[in-house]
Design a protein around this ligand. Structure first.
Ligand code: HAM
Length: 425
């Protein structure tokens, strides 16, 4: 037999107890922020109908799908949570309390090319609001993302949210060169999302590819890319069509974010369009201020996802906030907490004659809610004490023949070193 590879599959992680403690710390903050914003937790299967993810706009995420056929069913590991949410909302559309505020922390799978903070599985905190068409939803979502940053110790100078509106871009492009071909807009966004990665010339090439999904004339493609360099709301306003509803939404959103006290953490950035085809309105991405990592979090409005899947249209907005990138950033800033193992007590019977008394004592302490490690093997006192110390125990209950005869346990406090007798239960 060939020797087993003890590493997990490339791009995936094992979580040993010390890793899981950090993950739980992160999740606890996400859950707490979601609770404070009035969101309820949901979950869905990690294996989904593959068709939920099979969109045709050329998105990278579709090519990265882990999918397989089993008993004539085409299934996929979820690459993101939003399609499952859409399925869940659609299934109960008539019986939900609107607007829906749901969150989840799904593990998502994408067969990615690996770079820093980009892996083949990650956990993603999702916060979504369904049934609210106004930007009050986006404002609330962005505020929640920052509340999580605050909880992690990431302050105003550490993370910036870059905000744009696909609707504004769509209005502008429709006026100029997409009037006859509205269906080209989603693939156009998918291509221009690659701007930073592949550069302006390659983006122009793809937008102008003859017979391609967008098929712009070359000068128009160039002009579309130039629109993306706008980085102030004032400049965007100057270029926007008259009476633009999308511009009014953006302006209102920035006002609301000011009311949340977030004015210095958010910027308008026309180059943020997001790589997923379903966004229709405001889009946003949070980055570390140092700019060395990929997006910590990304989301936006997706008002047409449900009808694209055959349901009644419902406006929706949300974001995904991954665990991998924020963990990198927190490590870089020394903000990951030390989370040593801890148990309240170790109960140590000197020999088998004391085991029954030790078992009863451990049970009584556990009933009181304490975490208790009962020493299972016959080991020497010195070894039991050293183990208890290494295992993060606060107290050790020693039960020798003498203690049992007196119906007590000798309790040693491993922090202060003090000892006392305690009656056995
Ligand atoms: P996304 O931008 O693909 O959006 O992912 C959201 C976040 O998940 C990213 O900003 C990043 O932190 C993390 N992430 C994504 N892929 C990876 C990866 N391969 N490795 C590590 N972290 C990753 C979505 O998935 C949308 N469904 C979010 C959403 C929810 N939009 C509306 N509601």
């Amino acid at each position: 037999m060939t020797k087993l590879n003890t590493q997990p599959p490339r791009g995936t992680r094992d979580f040993y107890p010390e890793d899981l403690r950090v993950r739980q710390w992160l999740f606890a903050h996400w859950r707490e922020v979601a609770r404070r914003f009035g969101f309820e937790e949901v979950d869905a299967p990690i294996v989904e109908h593959a068709e939920l993810y099979m969109r045709k706009a050329g998105e990278e995420i579709v090519d990265q799908l882990y999918h397989f056929e089993l008993h004539d069913r085409h299934l996929a590991l979820r690459s993101e949570f939003t399609p499952s949410l859409a399925r869940m909302v659609m299934a109960r559309q008539g019986a939900l309390r609107w607007p829906i505020r749901w969150f989840g922390i799904p593990q998502c799978w994408r067969y990615e090319r690996m770079t820093r903070g980009r892996r083949r599985e990650h956990y993603q905190w999702n916060m979504d609001i369904w049934g609210e068409p106004g930007v009050t939803a986006e404002a609330e979502l962005i505020a929640a993302a920052f509340a999580a940053c605050d909880a992690f110790g990431l302050g105003a100078g550490d993370v910036r949210m870059r905000i744009n509106s696909r609707a504004l871009l769509e209005e502008t492009l429709r006026e100029r060169f997409l009037a006859e071909r509205p269906e080209a807009f989603a693939p156009l966004c998918v291509i221009i999302d690659k701007l930073e990665k592949i550069g302006a010339d390659a983006v122009v090439d793809q937008l102008a590819e003859p017979g391609g999904p967008v098929g712009l004339a070359r000068p128009d493609a160039r002009e579309a890319v130039e629109l993306l360099s706008v980085d102030s709301l004032e400049d965007a306003a100057r270029g926007a069509p008259r009476g633009s509803a999308a511009l009014a939404d953006l302006e209102r959103l920035f006002e609301l974010l000011g009311a949340y006290g977030l004015a210095d953490r958010v910027v308008f950035d026309a180059s943020v369009v997001r790589g997923l085809a379903y966004y229709t309105g405001i889009v946003f991405e949070a980055y570390d201020a140092g700019g060395s990592l990929r997006a910590l979090c990304g989301g936006g409005r997706y008002d047409r996802l449900l009808d694209s899947l055959g349901g009644k249209p419902v406006p929706a907005a949300g974001f995904g906030f991954g665990d991998a990138v924020v963990t990198e950033l927190l490590a870089e800033k020394g903000l990951l907490p030390e989370l040593p193992r801890a148990v309240d007590a170790v109960v140590f019977p000197f020999g088998e004659d004391e085991r029954e008394a030790a078992t009863k004592l451990a049970s009584a302490l556990r009933r009181r809610g304490e975490s208790v490690e009962l020493v299972l093997a016959s080991v020497k006192l010195k070894r039991a004490l050293a183990d208890a110390d290494r295992g993060g125990a606060r107290r050790v209950y020693l039960l020798g023949p003498d203690e049992c005869a007196r119906n007590v346990a000798r309790v040693r406090d491993l922090i202060s070193g003090e000892e006392r007798d305690e009656p056995l239960p």
